[in-house]
Design a protein around this ligand. Structure first.
Ligand code: ADP
Ligand code: GN1
Ligand code: MG
Length: 372
């Protein structure tokens, strides 16, 4: 198949800009990411063998500097590749490989300014939207913990900050307040209960940023977008295979990675579940991830970081909720939506989870204390 995509992008013409061997047989939209436009490309090699690739159009509303972003992605994946080789792993399956353009660039920019990149497709892998059991989630925690450990000595000064203040919750809170005040689409009145829920928790927004400022929590190279579908599992062994979506690898806190995984993976419902009675915090999943994350990071977390894990979970969930709600109020300009009120539904699940965490706060802390 060849053809047009929205905004008249010719996927086949774009694909032609990359140094890919063979003939493009077909392409299709792929995955469930909220940010970039992702396509699966299938090529045929001269002897008839098929090879697949991921083509992505970068979201330039979200990422203002595609050049810097791609430098990060290329150097982080090359760094990981060397480390995986040294550890006897399979670098073609355990980290992403960026395919250069025919001119040797990290990405391709078309005449309209759209930016595209290509990765090798990691075959025989699966991507989960919901965990099937505790073991999967333990593996997920171990993979994200290990990812952080592998990047522990990465030269931080070489990393660009692709989205400034990405997990700066007080700054996210101010953006949220501005969205409520502007109320561009007149949507605020109907969601006053959700707005109030968010406003009532302002005091807590600086719990992590204050500790970072005071030097009580360390900055590390973190992934910053650790939801379950940013990890690929091996189809056969079900082992966590590869961490993907490296656009936000930046200096951050281990609590951001821990918290973002919990908000998505330890919920009994989907991120956009409309029936909130289905959305609860599963404490056994919380514990499985905690164990996995601590094992994966190999004892590198400080006592303070471990103590703050529940707060990481709560604040990342809250922050995601106010980001969804702000986007709803602004007319859904950031996160892709598939239906009306999609961002509102997403905000509601996050707030339900925050309420759940408040109820189960003592148990969450008891669990974490066991591993201190
Ligand atoms: P977004 O930033 O929009 O979330 P991602 O980089 O996470 O985009 O990619 C979207 C989806 O595409 C992933 O959740 C995964 O299912 C799939 N995907 C991305 N890269 C690869 C790859 N190299 N191999 C296999 N699947 C991939
Ligand atoms: C986005 O790219 P994706 O879909 O993996 C977002 C995350 C949010 C998440 C909510 C760059 O992640 O911060 O937590 O949606 N990524 C960016 O599902 O904003
Ligand atoms: Mg993603």
């Amino acid at each position: 198949m060849s053809g047009m995509y929205e905004d008249s992008i010719r996927v086949d013409t774009v694909a032609d800009a990359f140094a890919i061997e063979g003939k493009l047989l077909f392409w299709e939209p792929y995955g469930n990411g909220h940010i970039n436009d992702t396509f699966l490309l299938t090529y045929e090699l001269p002897l008839g063998e098929k090879k697949r690739y991921i083509l992505q159009r970068l979201n330039l509303v979200v990422f203002k500097r595609p050049d810097e972003l791609m430098k990060n992605v290329v150097s982080v994946t090359e760094y990981l590749r060397q480390m995986i080789i040294r550890q006897g792993g399979d670098p073609d399956r355990e980290t992403l490989r960026v395919i250069k353009t025919r001119e040797g660039g990290n990405y391709f920019q078309d005449r309209c300014g759209n930016c595209f990149r290509v990765f090798s497709f990691i075959e025989d892998s699966i991507c989960l939207q919901q965990v099937e059991n505790k073991d999967d989630f333990y593996a997920c925690g171990a993979a994200f913990g290990n990812f952080q450990r592998m990047l522990a000595d990465y030269p931080v000064a070489d990393l660009y900050e692709t989205i400034p203040d990405f997990h700066n919750t007080p700054s996210r809170f101010r953006d949220f307040q501005k969205a409520v005040e502007a109320d561009l689409l007149g949507r605020a009145a109907a969601v006053q209960a959700e707005i109030d829920f968010a406003l009532e928790r302002e005091k807590e927004t600086s719990e992590l940023t204050d500790l970072i400022k005071e030097g009580k929590l360390p900055l590390r190279v973190t992934h910053n977008d650790t939801k379950l579908d940013n990890i690929l599992f091996d189809k056969e062994s079900k082992k966590a295979l590869c961490i993907i979506d490296l656009d936000t690898v930046m200096p951050g806190s281990s609590l951001y990675d821990f918290g973002d995984s919990i908000r998505f993976g330890a919920s009994t419902g989907a991120e956009d579940e409309k029936d909130l009675s289905k959305v609860e915090l599963d404490l056994s999943l919380f514990e499985a991830f905690t164990r996995g994350y601590l094992d994966g990071s190999g004892g590198s977390l400080t006592q303070k970081e471990i103590e703050m894990l529940p707060m990481g979970a709560k604040l990342m969930t809250y922050e995601c909720g106010i980001r969804f709600l702000a986007d709803y109020l602004q007319g859904d300009v950031y996160f892709k939506i598939q239906r009306e009120d999609h961002n509102l539904d997403r905000a509601r699940t996050q707030f339900k989870l925050v309420a759940e965490m408040e109820e189960k706060w003592a148990q969450m802390n008891d669990i974490v204390r066991k591993y201190k």
